[in-house]
Write a protein that binds this ligand. Structure first.
Ligand code: NI
Ligand code: MN
Length: 228
């Protein structure tokens, strides 16, 4: 049994028997987040890409918890320069960690980190497949809709798909509903909406669209935990 907690935006905490894994822990600066970066525990942090609203508090949280950051090679190289433990991976590659298997997929998006006047290159953005305790979770990161989601769905029995629905920077509601069809996930959970004015969206409209195609979706309020 694992527990998935929504921390707002694209940030989730996954508690398994072996480890606590954080995804894209953007808390400080998220006006909707309720968890504080100084209170979050974890063993691993998985980052989908290098944008500030995904890297978020990763460095501070990793240092405080002595946690390992898992991400693409360019992004982990930067994290290593910030003196955190890292495990570099790249798109298409999988690795068996103590808590389960992680595989990075493609995502269609950008991945630069705005550091003062510089835009630091952070490699290609990714989606994240995690298989743990018999369940497979797909965190899509930030991405537009792409047809290879069908392949990801064919080759992985996805129990839970975390999908951006906020539009403007990523898929909007319609495209995210189509992604559910492609991924053939058992349950879809919307993310990456309402945090900023540019990504206001109605997550319940997403749920309705998904149900229309005979699939299931559920809105997690920030702070909600789901047993998976
Ligand atoms: Ni992004
Ligand atoms: Mn984003």
């Amino acid at each position: 049994m694992a527990e998935l907690t929504y921390l707002g935006h694209s940030a989730f905490s996954l508690r398994t028997n072996k480890a606590i894994i954080l995804f894209d822990p953007f808390l400080t600066g998220n006006p909707l987040a309720t968890a504080k970066a100084g209170d979050v525990d974890c063993d691993y942090i998985i980052l989908s890409h290098g944008h500030i609203d995904h890297v978020g508090d990763a460095i501070a949280i990793a240092k405080r918890n002595n946690a390992t950051i898992i991400a693409n090679y360019e992004l982990t190289t930067w994290c290593e320069q910030q003196e955190t433990s890292v495990h570099p991976m790249h798109i298409g590659g999988a690795y068996d960690f103590d808590f389960g298997r992680v595989k990075l997929t493609i995502a269609h998006h950008g991945s630069g980190y705005a550091d003062g006047d510089n835009m630091v290159y952070m490699g290609n953005p990714a989606g994240i497949l995690v298989t743990t305790e018999g369940k497979t979770l797909f965190h899509a990161g930030d991405t537009g809709l792409f047809y290879d989601m069908k392949l990801i769905g064919e080759m992985n029995a996805i129990d839970i798909a975390l999908l951006p629905v906020g539009d403007n920077f990523t898929m909007g509601l319609d495209d995210a509903a189509k992604a559910v069809e492609f991924l053939n996930s058992k349950l879809a959970i919307p993310m990456h909406y309402d945090t900023f004015d540019l990504i206001k969206a109605d997550p319940e409209a997403f749920v309705s669209m998904v149900r229309k195609i005979g699939k299931e979706a559920k809105v997690l309020a920030i702070g909600d935990t789901l047993e998976i």
